[in-house]
Design a protein around this ligand. Structure first.
Ligand code: GNR
Ligand code: NI
Length: 174
């Protein structure tokens, strides 16, 4: 499993570069990202989150967790409507907040072999793709919150990490 960067890690602010070579290494990264996403119980994962700054994301919003979707060099070519969804993020663990996004989008991307395709997405599928594309642009869902709320999120995560450290230290004494 790959390590997932967590807010406020500055590496999450990196803007991803287009994928130019569709080789074995890319395929291996895609498989490792899918495995990491399933292991972490996420419905999506952007390469940025695993500290690889290329335009690649994976999704699986199916109940059975058996419909992996891969998007290389994704571009949203049309978007319409609005929806509000309570979002979470593997890079901002334990935090949930409503975010307003487009309701229907058309996305153009390439598959793992570099073959171009186009899809029309709506509902959670559209939410998740927009959330992942934000990661590729160095953006997080907490950026849509007020600065005060974002500060609260930062404090809450710091507190959680301190507690985890404390528990580890205690456990090592037993
Ligand atoms: O697992 C995830 N769930 C989720 C829920 C609502 C909106 C977006 C998401 S994506 C998130 C995984 C993640 O952090 N992807 O970047
Ligand atoms: Ni995320």
């Amino acid at each position: 499993m790959l390590e997932i960067l967590e807010f406020p890690d500055p590496r999450l602010r990196t803007v991803a570069k287009p994928v130019e070579v569709f080789d074995l290494e890319l395929g291996e990264l895609i498989d490792a990202m899918l495995e990491t996403m399933y292991e972490a119980n996420g419905i999506g994962l952007a390469a940025t989150q695993v500290n690889r700054h290329i335009r690649l994301l994976v999704l699986d919003i199916s109940e059975a967790r058996n419909e992996p979707k891969i998007y290389v060099n994704p571009q949203i070519t049309n978007s319409e409507g609005q929806q509000v969804y309570e979002e979470g993020c593997l890079s901002v663990p334990g935090i949930y907040a409503n975010v307003k996004r487009a309701d229907r989008i058309i996305v153009q991307a390439q598959d793992r072999e570099g073959k171009p395709f186009e899809e029309e997405l709506d509902g959670l599928h559209a939410v998740c793709l927009q959330h992942e594309m934000d990661h590729l642009a160095g953006k997080l869902f907490v950026d849509y919150l007020s600065p005060l709320k974002r500060q609260l999120v930062r404090k809450k995560l710091e507190k959680g990490r301190r507690q985890a450290e404390q528990e580890e230290a205690t456990a090592s004494l037993i």
